[in-house]
Design a protein around this ligand. Sequence first.
Ligand code: AMP
Length: 217
Amino acid sequence: MAQGLRLVLFGPPGAGKGTQAQLLRDRLKVTHISSGDLFRYHLGQGTALGLRAKEYMNKGELVPDEVTIDIILDKVLSVPNEEGFILDGFPRNPHQAEELEKALSGAVRGLDKVVHIEVPEPVLLRRLGGRFVCRDCQAPHSIGEGEDASKVCSQCGGELYQRDDDQPKAVKKRIQVYNDETTPVLGFYRDRDVVVDISGDQTVDDVNQQVLAALDA
Ligand code: AMP
């Protein structure tokens, strides 16, 4: 049987990776693996992993590799070959990228594409300030200044909340961490000729169309 799509969605916090990942998952029937959602799930459940991750997440820092890599790679390797996956939020530094490559090296092929969603920093800051997330299904929503933040999730009716790490101080730190630690991953994948650059400063639908076109889907 043919192998499913293997995709990394790459970009700064607030680029729209989660939104695009959910659209692609629904359309292409592939597994969506979000490292941030996984950590938030553990945090909500109060597990040891969640408590460990929380101290880093709330400051906008990366959770250490020894905590992160194994649980994400376990998920990746548990996806049936014919199904495929979208990685959202991983890899976030070159070491994670190398470990992912090693884990996939037993497969017939590695990653199909790395879609890099680019968004200027002022736009990211504005978006993250108005971002609310569903407690139940994690769907991100954008609520502008003065709009009613008590809205419920448009997808499942769950309660919307603002993440602690979307507060201004943590947001600045996350963008700095992205610039310093995460952007080198792009060079790693450019060397492997799998990167497609797409502007994320357009409507969700337009970004989605361009991603689908880049995937020939
Ligand atoms: P996200 O929802 O992708 O913005 O992730 C939220 C937070 O989870 C990040 O700011 C990090 O603290 C942590 N996190 C998510 N993915 C990773 C990763 N691949 N490596 C380290 N920390 C991560």
